[in-house]
Write a protein that binds this ligand. Structure first.
Ligand code: ZN
Ligand code: ZN
Length: 330
């Protein structure tokens, strides 16, 4: 099937940097336990290059108000907040690259429209949380989420992995990809949702870019030019898998990585292949998308999905051989 979406097509694996990003975390400006300065210092110590402080309905910005200058620290700070006072369905959302804050009682619809109007980016936070915690009897159906993705282009994806593996919703991700790919990709994100120093460094996003600038990182996230890593023990001594290269051509996708034991290729929620390479010509189980999970002893990586044109063209009838006056005409 023809490959129509490749989130990593613009990546030069030799020259691009792999930036470690925390796109969701709290300080005592909302319900976190530490000051912005304390949290920022801890993120730097844990090796982060990109950090968004997402306090609840509060934009903790600029960092210089809290005695930390991202430029001096060599860090990319992203302005944002966590939309939390959402009426009705109450799904939280990380709002990034903008300063919009909703007043009490906004809906997801009005919030996404507002974020879109200011050219911001939205990542639905911890979907499944309310079900996993027993606050609602049934999980929201995939169609509930699909509707938002079909309507709002600012909504890039959602957290497929949360904190130290608290819950992982790849089943919901697969259901949405099955429904929406390849026309509307849903990118995977992950976050610590840190409220204290001890919860930093477990689940993060690795952004692939040649430059650590707001514009480049924003467009990389929009293009899905990133992957999610769940590091089991958040320790540099026992590193999780790292992707060193992904090569794609018309016949296969191949992943080179370190610190892993298994690579699984998943399409329509099922494992369709194991190993470094997937044939996109011969694998009959391949549907509208495929994504890879790279699992090692110390952690797991989730790549973003590749999309395939699912339209099967009927074989063309053989052209009738009409003698032509012009022998060079085809
Ligand atoms: Zn939340
Ligand atoms: Zn949060």
């Amino acid at each position: 099937m023809p490959l129509t979406i490749d989130p990593y097509s613009a990546v030069n694996w030799e020259t691009f940097h792999q930036y470690k990003a925390s796109l969701h975390g709290h300080t005592d400006e909302s319900d976190g336990t530490k000051t912005p300065a304390q949290m920022i210092d801890a993120w730097i110590a844990a090796g982060y290059d990109i950090v968004a402080i997402t306090d609840h309905d509060h934009v903790t910005w600029p960092w210089t108000d809290f005695d930390r200058d991202p430029e001096e620290l060599g860090l990319l700070a992203i302005q944002g907040q966590e939309m939390s006072n959402v009426e009705a369905h109450r799904h939280h959302t990380a709002s990034l690259f903008n300063s919009w804050v909703g007043t009490t009682g906004y809906t997801l619809e009005t919030a996404y429209a507002a974020i879109q109007a200011v050219n911001g980016v939205a990542v639905m936070a911890h979907p499944g949380n309310r079900y996993a915690r027993g606050w609602v009897d049934d999980p929201y159906p995939p169609s509930f989420y699909a509707n938002f993705f079909s309507t709002y282009s600012c909504l890039l994806g959602f957290d497929i992995c949360v904190r130290d593996g608290l819950f992982i919703v790849t089943d919901l991700w697969d259901a949405l990809l099955e429904q929406l790919m390849p026309s509307r990709p849903v990118w995977g994100f992950g976050m610590d949702d840190s409220h204290e120093l001890t919860s930093i460094g477990f689940t993060y996003v690795v952004v692939l870019s040649d430059e650590l600038s707001t514009a480049k990182i924003k467009s990389a996230l929009q293009a899905g030019q990133h992957y999610v890593c769940y590091d089991h023990d958040a320790s540099v001594l026992t590193p999780p898998p790292i992707i060193t290269e992904i090569s794609v051509n018309t016949t296969k996708i191949e992943i080179t990585a370190t610190n892993y034991a298994e690579i699984r290729w998943i399409s329509n929620g099922k494992i369709i292949e194991l190993g470094e390479s997937l044939s996109i010509v011969e694998n009959t189980k391949l549907k509208k998308y495929v994504r890879a999970e790279i699992e090692g002893e110390n952690g797991i990586i989730y790549t973003n999905p590749w999309g395939f044109d699912s339209v099967h063209h009927a074989p063309r009838p053989r052209p009738i051989d009409i003698p032509s006056a012009n022998p060079t005409m085809r």
